[in-house]
Design a protein around this ligand. Structure first.
Ligand SMILES: *Cc1c(COP(=O)(O)O)cnc(C)c1O
Length: 353
């Protein structure tokens, strides 16, 4: 497929690396691609970043037929730019497309379009420690129609946003709130797809957690409200008695790429890593018997997020000494060292741009 490139005539001023936070600044260009049943995917183009004009009846606005991804490009000390496991994001987006009756994309076209966009925006990849270029591929239903069915037309786009160091003031433990009043997803639903509806479903509980002084919600399974699923927009790990445990993928948990990287690294290091069902009662019990050493979340944004405190019913438990533990630290360092090219990549996770 041909890629048309239209360069902007008005370059935006670039922010200073020290001013970056998350998701507020977007680069000069974006990638766009359209789907029509007759032409299939067509009109691949890199254009100046612009608003998408749409009919108020556009289906994505009414029925939420949309999917997205999140990954990052990193600048190495020699000035190169590299991606971390991008094929995993591309494949996951295609699985999300399948789950929402949307159109899958050619994996190579996706990767090559992304690389072409990043090459044009190479000066937007920040270089200060911990900073990166966040990449947001998105696909939305475009038919102007108020009946409920799958859309016939879609728009795929990629936008880029330079983001700051997540831990500029140290590796901060978060406080999490276990809810029994709300659920994020259930088996048979869309929990394992990266789709906006899952986030819409999480807002109310997240707001209640914030009001109670907690950073994120820990979701339990939607059927028995017993087994741990994930936390906010991260997967979750427990270190109990030197064993690293994470909930097994059951159809309602998002299969995180950082989660998979932690599992692979832990196994390579000879740690005992187990994917299985784990109940909230088991965690409370492990804490009482002093076997609960660490809890941490994993996701592209923070990589690893240590949990210092957990509230469940009327119980508030402090994890370890409330500070980041050594296991969380070791995974954070190992993954970020690979991402920024500071250490060798024995897994083939890095794709140069
Ligand atoms: C994206 C996401 C994650 C983390 O996935 P990564 O691939 O590690 O970034 C975890 N949970 C939810 C709900 C997510 O949307």
């Amino acid at each position: 497929m041909d890629l048309t490139i239209t360069m902007t005539k008005h370059l935006k001023p670039k922010p200073d690396d020290s001013e970056l936070n998350f998701g507020t600044i977007f680069t000069d260009h974006m990638f766009n691609l359209d789907y029509h049943p007759d032409q299939r995917w067509h009109n691949a183009r890199i254009e100046p970043y612009h608003c998408i004009e749409m009919d108020p009846a556009t289906m994505v606005l009414h029925y939420g037929q949309a999917i997205f991804e999140g990954l990052k490009a990193f600048k190495t000390s020699s000035g190169g730019i590299q991606l971390f496991r991008p094929m995993e994001n591309i494949r996951r987006m295609n699985r999300s497309a399948h789950a929402l009756c949307m159109k899958q994309m050619d994996e190579n076209l996706f990767l090559e379009s992304l690389k072409a966009l990043i090459r044009i925006e190479k000066d937007w990849v920040p270089g200060a420690p911990g900073t990166s270029l966040y990449i947001r591929p998105t696909c939305i239903a475009m038919d102007p129609f108020l009946g409920v069915r799958s859309s016939y037309t879609f728009r795929f786009f990629i936008i880029l946003s330079p983001v700051g160091a997540y831990y500029s003031e140290g590796f901060n433990p978060i406080k999490i709130w276990v809810t029994k009043d709300h659920v994020r997803a259930v088996r048979g639903g869309l929990g394992e797809a990266k789709t906006p509806g899952n986030y819409a479903a999480s807002l109310y509980a997240a707001q209640k957690a914030h009001e109670a002084g907690y950073t994120q919600v820990l979701w339990l399974d939607g059927v028995e409200l017993k087994y741990v699923e994930e936390v906010g927009s991260m997967n979750i790990f427990f270190v109990i008695n030197d064993e690293i445990i994470t909930p097994i993928l059951n159809g309602s948990i998002l299969p995180g790429i950082t989660r998979d990287s932690v599992i692979e690294l832990g196994k390579k290091w000879g740690m005992k890593v187990t994917e299985r069902k784990i109940s909230i009662d088991e965690i409370i019990e492990a804490h009482s018997s002093r076997k609960l050493q660490e809890i941490f979340g994993t996701g592209t944004a923070a990589v690893v997020s240590p949990v210092g405190e957990l509230k469940y019913d009327d119980k508030i438990i402090t994890v370890g000494d409330g500070q980041a533990g050594p296991v969380a630290h070791k995974f954070f360092d190992a993954i970020t060292d690979i991402q920024y090219g500071r250490s060798k990549d024995p897994f083939g996770w890095i794709v140069p741009v």
